[in-house]
Design a protein around this ligand. Structure first.
Ligand code: SF4
Length: 329
């Protein structure tokens, strides 16, 4: 039996732009040639700037973004799905097994529904429970797991703080008993003091229920404290991936180094070490040739402008796409 729950192979997600009647339609190349294996029961972090394509990759793994090229394969204990061709009853079944936790706990919850109804809705829409008693029992079970009181279930979302609302969103995502969850910037909208509480909750739920998480964040310090394995994305490509400790101790890609150096330090002597990332991330409609990072990389050489770096394993579990990774590590 495979230890990999979900696997992307040479995955590309392209969005042709609308409204162009003459000539070739511009295409947003949100993800290009991505390879990523997510082991069962792991907590994998996906990090990168805004516009790097991480949300699109997460959605492609939920069959919520089109798979233009390549494949995404989901292998559970009893079934294997090819997401590129998944539809009908199999797609409905996949929706139970794979869920999303949204970024914004304020926008994600209907203000007109009670917390009980918000959490119960997936059970009713997916016809998972058959009676109201069964639904209520499952809602109470999940509410307790997410540290919500029973009296909270009668209230409306406006009565709750940001952290409590995010716990309601997490309960809603968990209620169908998924095996895979994409958490997309799930703590980004919360105060720092609340972030730790929600991260600890996600981690304990993952460990108790053996759920596999893809945790998307622009903040490498959040990823460092939460994830077992990290993939770094830049302009539609994964540029480096490694177990978390290795990524921090044996960083090889200049983009990962720049993200790491941007983590604020309490030590004033650390400030001079910051490798400032210059310029903006280029447009995914017209990405630079060769290494996509060459327009912002201070180590770029002529070769980087024309030749796409090969995705290769540097050491066990540590892969990188940079022509000069060994020299720069
Ligand atoms: Fe920088 Fe060249 Fe490596 Fe790309 S391949 S990250 S441009 S050194």
């Amino acid at each position: 039996m495979s230890d990999i729950l979900i696997s992307a192979k040479e995955l590309s997600v392209h969005f042709p732009l609308r409204g162009f009647t003459f000539g070739e339609r511009p295409v947003v190349r949100a993800c290009q040639g991505i390879n990523l294996d997510i082991p069962k029961g792991s907590f994998v972090g996906l990090v990168g700037e805004s516009g790097s394509g991480k949300t699109t990759l997460g959605r492609a793994m939920l069959k919520a973004a089109p798979i233009s090229e390549g494949s995404v394969t989901f292998t559970d204990t009893d079934v294997t799905y090819d997401l590129a061709t998944l539809d009908g009853q199999e797609l409905k079944d996949y929706r139970k097994r794979a869920q999303l936790i949204f970024q914004d706990p304020y926008a994600a919850l209907s203000p007109r529904m009670t917390v009980r109804d918000i959490i119960a809705e997936p059970l009713e829409v997916m016809k998972i429970t058959k009676t109201r008693e069964e639904t209520d029992a499952r809602v109470r079970e999940i509410a307790a797991m997410c540290r919500l009181n029973l009296e909270h279930l009668r209230r409306f979302p406006h009565a709750f703080s940001g952290g409590q609302r995010q716990r309601i969103s997490i309960a809603r995502a968990l209620v169908s008993d998924p095996h895979f969850i994409v958490a997309d910037e799930s703590v980004a909208a919360l105060d720092v003091s609340i972030q730790a509480d929600v991260l600890n909750l996600l981690r304990s739920i993952q460990e108790q229920n053996h759920i596999t998480f893809l945790f998307i964040s622009h903040d490498l310090s959040v990823i460092a404290h939460t994830c077992d394995f990290v993939a770094v994305m830049y302009l539609g490509n994964i540029v480096e991936a490694a177990p978390t400790r290795k990524l921090f101790s044996e960083t090889a890609h200049p983009y990962t180094k720049a993200l790491l150096s941007a983590i604020p330090s309490l030590d004033p002597d650390d400030q001079h070490k910051a490798e400032k990332l210059e310029g903006e991330i280029p447009s995914p409609i017209n990405p630079p040739p060769g290494c996509r990072f060459h327009t912002r990389c201070r180590f770029a050489k002529d070769r980087c402008k024309t030749e796409v770096p090969e995705w290769r394993e540097m050491s066990e579990g540590h892969s990188v796409a940079c022509h000069f990774a060994e020299e720069l590590a």
